[in-house]
Design a protein around this ligand. Structure first.
Ligand code: G4P
Length: 530
């Protein structure tokens, strides 16, 4: 049997977080390409004009050109096993992203050089801060006109509170990207495009004399700036990075593959390997304890031909072997793992073994929900993944009353997958559940899937509530009497949520009746998240 701790040490499990259009899909492909996992860019997300269309399993994804499905990519690189867990590109699916981030040990924050810190980047960053996930920053699209590098560093520091410590520094302003100074090794690297951009970029190491001769003023300026960074102490500090106090910064361009290999190296060298994970009581599960895993995503009907349901499990401890019988912590029931798979885009291969940090796709996982724990032998339950505060609400009803069975089944299924939060009240009854979403596109997904997968056409009547707070049974009657407020029960965990038309309404209720329980849904995050 292979050494579990040794295997875990080689794993790097991470996600790329960014605002839409910053280049996440391009970067995902470039990383996999560099690691030689795929021969030609385009096999993963299949953006228009590139090869292969692999994650457009849902019509909505195709129509909107977004990826709702989180695919987990696995590739080997220089003796390491990389697990890149994909996050949905659209802000409306932030809740999914939050769950995905529960499964990673590090995040790469991708920033567009021309745009800096954008709103969705900031939201996702807040999640990383909340979970104390170390963040590596990659300033992308340096091949196009953009902002000044020092100014971007200031913005990163100001917005995130992390001290930026560039490990590469660009030679050439944005749009005239010649190469980078590798501040950790002191080397200068020149980048040259290769035709088409869909292969590795040409990287040449230059001596200081060569750089001076070939890159002239651009090199001169970059080395002066790099010296300035050293003078102000903006140097990488592994402890500070792991403690979520600083962020190593790299400059590059994913499209022509500039700086992508350096990012892989940075992940291999700096990103933390899987660590023992605390359970819900705060005790840690050692890496070499018997198998345990956390379900971070459940997705039904990814494969139209099979109509199955797949649960993505992050291995937290021990060795996973296909066929082992696990226990589902939430129910205490046994769970057979005969159909374990590795999912790469839409391609699936049978997965026979996995180690901490790896992602296992379990097929036909009917009983599993995001946040669930699976374990072997010694029991463990990992902390639940908190739900996002929904900001959009609608009453769902089936159009054809003859389909109410399908309606209920469908709503329960989508609730279990975490596609949407389902809230109920005695006042409205079971035929009219309230769907609560972080972003309105979730409603479209529900409507589409209810019809396509369950044959139930639904109508959605939007309610004018915009925010939710957690409350309790003692406060519920008083809140229910308030104008612009309603108390609903969240189906999946029985939590009582008070929903309000707006923040002012909530504040005035709070001011009038300070004794009422009204708590944010994700504790201890900034306003920006709520
Ligand atoms: P996303 O997943 O974060 O939404 O971004 P995506 O990779 O789709 O990239 C958004 C656009 O930015 C794409 O152009 C992509 O080619 C471009 N892009 C990404 N990285 C770089 C880079 O380093 N340099 C330059 N110059 N462009 C970059 P598009 O025209 O919208 O789409 P496509 O047809 O090229 O796919």
């Amino acid at each position: 049997m292979r050494d579990v701790v040794g295997e875990a040490t080689q794993r790097r499990t991470f996600a790329v977080i960014s605002h839409p259009d910053a280049g996440k899909s391009t970067m995902t492909e470039a990383l996999a390409l560099h690691a030689s996992a795929i021969q030609q860019a385009g096999a993963v997300h299949g953006k228009a004009g590139r090869r292969g269309v692999t994650s457009d399993w849902m019509a909505i994804e195709r129509a909107r050109g977004i990826s709702i499905t989180s695919a987990a990519l696995r590739f080997d690189y220089r003796g390491h096993v990389f697990n890149l867990v994909d996050t949905p590109g659209h802000a409306d699916f932030s809740e999914d992203t939050y769950r995905v981030l529960a499964a990673v040990d590090c995040a790469v924050m991708l920033i567009d050089a021309a745009k800096g810190m954008e709103p969705q980047t900031m939201k996702l960053f807040e999640v990383c801060r909340h979970r104390r996930i170390p963040v590596i920053t990659f300033v992308n699209k340096w091949d196009r006109p953009g902002r000044d590098a020092l100014e971007l560093l200031d913005e990163i520091e100001e917005r995130t509170g992390l001290r930026p410590t560039p490990i590469t520094w660009p030679i050439g302003i944005p749009g005239e990207f010649r190469g980078v100074i590798d501040r950790l090794s002191g080397r200068a690297i020149r980048y040259e495009r290769t035709p088409g951009g869909a292969t590795r970029a040409l990287e040449t190491e230059l001596t200081a004399e060569q750089a001076q001769a070939e890159l002239g003023a651009a090199w001169q300026q970059a080395s002066e700036e790099a010296a300035l960074l050293s003078a102000i102490g903006a140097d990488h500090d592994q402890k500070a990075f792991e403690a979520h106090e600083s962020t190593p910064v790299l400059f590059g361009a994913a499209l022509p593959n500039f700086g992508v290999a350096r990012l892989l190296d940075a992940l291999a060298e700096l990103a933390p390997p899987p660590a023992p994970r605390p359970d819900e009581d705060g005790a840690v599960r050692a890496l070499d304890a018997p198998f345990s895993g956390l379900v971070f995503k459940v997705q039904a009907n990814m494969d139209r031909a099979h109509r199955d349901r797949i649960a993505f499990v992050r291995v937290c401890s021990g060795r996973f072997e296909r066929g082992m019988v696990l226990t589902h912590a939430a129910t205490g029931r046994p769970f057979a793992t005969k159909y374990a798979q590795s999912v790469f885009g839409q391609d699936r291969t049978t997965l026979d073994e996995a180690y901490p940090g790896d992602v296992v796709g379990l097929v036909n996982a009917t009983a599993l929900r995001p946040g669930d724990t699976l374990y072997e032998r010694s029991p463990v339950t990992f902390p639940t993944i908190p739900s996002f505060a929904p900001e959009h609400f609608a009453v769902a009803r089936v159009r054809d009353s003859g389909k109410s069975k399908q309606f209920r089944r469908g709503i329960d299924q989508l609730d279990a997958e975490g596609v949407i939060q389902v809230l109920r009240s005695d006042r409205r009854g079971d035929q009219a559940p309230v769907l609560a979403a972080v972003g309105p596109m979730q409603f479209e997904v529900v409507q589409h899937r209810m019809l396509a997968e369950f044959g139930a056409e639904i109508s959605l009547d939007r309610l004018d509530y915009t925010l939710a707070r957690r409350t309790d049974a003692a406060s519920a009657p008083a809140l229910d009497r308030e104008r612009g407020c309603e108390v609903l029960t969240r189906s999946h965990d029985g939590a009582l949520l008070a929903v309000f038309t707006d923040r002012w309404r909530m504040r005035s209720v709070k001011a009038d009746q300070p004794g009422l329980t009204l708590e944010p849904l994700i504790a201890d995050t900034t306003e920006e998240l709520r």
